[in-house]
Design a protein around this ligand. Structure first.
Ligand code: PHE
Length: 339
């Protein structure tokens, strides 16, 4: 019985150890063979049971050794095929997403001009997305941004929960809690209820900027945007500001840059105008400052906001907006050298 236990628990790491086991139990001088040689001394009335037991033991030992033999053979055969000096299997490196590359570039340019990063939630309340930004409760401009609502409050629209439609909500949050000087940029994802096409998507990315201090003027805004455009699109870039409207800025403007493909001469890319639109901007409306607890008789400020997809499309001439969210690695790999 003790031998039986031993035999059942036999292990071997290689062919040589298997051979040792065979010698120990099954060879001419092995323990099991010795038992068999002793068999004649067993009393006749016990021969049957003892004989069966010995045969069982021999069979189990044989099977176990055969099993160990095949096991060690396969291990050794695998070991022969593993070349530890070989270069590891080539695992493809990922690339940064083009929107991340461009966002980082924008952040980099503005941080060199003293802007610091600010962040806020994507699921926001109406208060920060609209009310603090000077959208009156029944102001038609609330419809300007095709909002996705998460939950609507029956009596108080300022409590509605929604997906932010611009990162101006981050500006509101910073102004609420910080006294000027404030100089921030807010990059992030925003959502608008639009059909998904090559030119529009239900979400996109923005970088908005805000500067509030004493005596901030429109000239300061223009200078900062000109520096940005030159850093981003080349030193020869010209800008032009066209009057526009946003509830939260007064006056408001839209900024075009001279087309960097034709240098402003006019080409298919800029629809032969020589200009391409890249952002919205303006002087922060005093109502916004007051809403957020900043004294508009002391402070003034400017704000601007741009779409990262738009800037990326211009820089890299991506023709279909949907490519940014499909995560096709072939598309992403095209931006390997841009990073
Ligand atoms: N929030 C505006 C938008 O999403 C962009 C903007 C920001 C315009 C700041 C002016 C000033 O369209």
């Amino acid at each position: 019985n003790q031998l039986l236990d031993e035999v059942r628990q036999m292990t071997a790491a290689n062919a040589e150890e298997v051979e040792q086991l065979r010698l120990k139990y099954l060879s001419k001088k092995g323990a099991i063979t010795a038992l068999m040689n002793d068999f004649r001394n067993v009393p006749a009335n016990q021969k049957k049971t003892v004989g069966m037991k010995i045969n069982e033991l021999k069979q189990i030992a044989q099977e176990r050794i055969n099993q160990l033999k095949t096991d060690t053979e396969t291990v050794e055969c695998d070991a022969q095929h593993i070349d530890l000096t070989r270069t590891p299997y080539p695992i493809g490196l990922g690339t940064r997403h083009p929107l991340t590359i461009v966002t980082n570039e924008i952040i980099d340019i503005f941080s060199r001009m003293g802007f610091v990063l600010a962040d806020g939630p994507e699921v926001e309340d109406d208060l920060h997305v609209f009310t603090r930004m000077n959208f009156a409760a029944d102001h038609p401009a609330r419809d300007m941004q095709d909002t996705f609502f998460v939950s609507q409050h029956p009596n108080d629209v300022t409590k509605n929960i929604l997906l932010r439609s611009h990162t101006s909500s981050v500006q509101a949050r910073v102004m609420e809690t910080t006294q000027p000087p404030i100089r921030i940029i807010c990059p992030g994802r925003v959502y608008r209820n639009e059909a998904i096409t090559a030119r529009a998507h239900c979400f996109f990315h923005q970088v908005e900027g805000l500067y509030i201090d004493k005596n901030v003027s429109f000239t300061d805004l223009k200078q900062v945007l000109l520096s940005f455009a030159r850093e981003m699109f080349g030193a020869d870039t010209k800008i032009r500001l066209r009057p526009s409207y946003f509830p939260f800025t007064e006056p408001s403007a839209e900024m075009d840059i001279s087309c960097f493909i034709c240098g402003g001469e006019g080409c298919g890319f800029c629809k032969h105008t020589g200009w391409v639109e890249i952002l919205g901007c303006g002087m922060v409306d005093p109502n916004v400052l007051e809403q957020c607890g900043i004294d508009s008789s002391v402070y003034s400020g400017y704000a601007f906001g741009m779409g990262v997809e738009r800037i990326t499309n211009l820089k890299y001439q991506v023709s279909d907006l949907r490519m940014f969210s499909e995560n096709d690695v072939r598309f992403l790999h095209e931006f390997e050298s841009a990073d």
